[in-house]
Ligand binder design. Structure first.
Ligand SMILES: [Zn+2]
Length: 257
C-alpha cells in the first residue's frame, strides 16, 4: 500500500473514533452546562441565605433598640409626673420627644428589615425549588453521559487497538501531521480530489474547492503525499483517477466530447 493509502486508512479509523466520541462529547457538554447552572443557583442561594441572616439580625437589633428606648421613655414619663417645677417638666418632655424620634427611626428600620426578611425568604424558597429541579436534570444528564460512555466503550476499544496497528504502518511524522490537521480541520484533514471537468483536466480539493493542477494530481495518484496548497489538507483520490481518467484525458479532448 502506498503511504497515501496507509494515511487514508488511519484517517478513516480516526473519523470513526471521532464520530463515536462526538456522541459522548455532546452528552458531556450538556452535563457540564447543567453543573454550571447548578453552581450558579447554589451561589445565588448562598448569597440570599446570608442576606436573610443579616436582615433578620438587623430587624432583631432594631426591635431591641426600640424596646430599650421605650423603657427609657416610660421611666422619663414617670419622672415627669413627679416633676416639681415647669422647668423640670419641660426638660423631661424635651428628652422624651427626642427619644420618641429615635424610637420611630428604629421602628421604621425594623419594618424595613422585616420586609427584606420576607422578600428573601420567598426568594430562598424559589431558589430551593429551582435547585431541586436542576438537580433532577443534572442527574439525568449524568446517567445519559454514563450510558453513552458504556455504549461506545467496546467499539472505541476495538478502534483504539486498530488505530495503534494502522498508525504503526504509517510514517510517524506523517501520522503526527495528520493528527495536527485533524485538530485544526477536523473531517477536512484529508480531502478527496474531485473531478470538475475531465476534458479540461480540472480537479479540485474536496475540502476547500480550490483547483488541483494535473501535475499535482499525478503525484497524488502515484501514492505520494501532497497537501492542498490552499487549505493544507492531505489530498487523496478515492477512485483510481490516474489509470482511468488522466490517460483518457491525455489522449485528446475528442475522446470525451
Ligand atoms: Zn484544499
Amino acid at each position: 500500500m502506498s503511504e497515501s493509502a496507509n494515511l487514508l486508512k488511519l484517517f478513516r479509523v480516526d473519523q470513526q473514533i471521532r464520530g463515536l466520541r462526538s456522541r459522548l462529547t455532546s452528552a458531556e457538554r450538556f452535563l457540564a452546562e447543567q453543573k454550571r447552572l447548578m453552581d450558579e443557583l447554589n451561589a445565588k442561594l448562598t448569597i440570599a441565605t446570608n442576606q436573610f441572616k443579616i436582615a433578620k439580625s438587623a430587624a432583631a437589633g432594631a426591635e431591641g433598640e426600640a424596646a430599650r428606648i421605650e423603657a427609657r421613655m416610660n421611666h422619663l414619663r414617670e419622672q415627669m409626673n413627679l416633676a416639681k417645677t415647669n422647668k423640670e417638666y419641660s426638660a423631661f418632655l424635651t428628652e422624651v420627644n427626642s427619644l420618641k424620634a429615635l424610637k420611630d427611626e428604629q421602628d421604621k428600620l425594623q419594618l424595613e428589615q422585616l420586609d427584606r426578611v420576607d422578600q428573601l425568604s420567598k426568594q430562598i424558597a424559589e431558589l430551593d425549588v429551582q435547585v431541586k429541579d436542576r438537580k433532577g436534570v443534572a442527574t439525568k444528564a449524568q446517567t445519559e453521559r454514563d450510558g453513552k460512555e458504556a455504549e461506545i466503550k467496546d467499539r472505541l476499544g476495538e478502534l483504539t487497538k486498530e488505530r495503534v496497528a494502522v498508525r504503526g504502518g504509517v510514517d510517524a511524522s506523517h501520522a503526527k501531521r495528520l493528527e495536527d490537521l485533524m485538530e485544526r480541520l477536523g473531517e477536512d484533514a484529508m480531502a478527496n480530489v474531485e473531478e470538475i471537468d475531465r476534458r479540461n483536466h480540472e480537479w479540485s480539493c474536496g475540502a476547500c474547492r480550490m483547483a488541483v493542477p494535473a501535475q499535482v494530481l499525478s503525484i497524488i495518484t502515484r501514492g505520494s503525499l501532497v497537501n492542498c496548497p490552499s487549505c493544507g489538507a492531505f489530498l487523496f483520490t478515492e477512485t483510481d483517477v490516474a489509470s482511468k481518467k488522466l490517460p483518457k484525458a491525455k489522449k485528446g479532448e475528442t475522446l470525451e466530447a
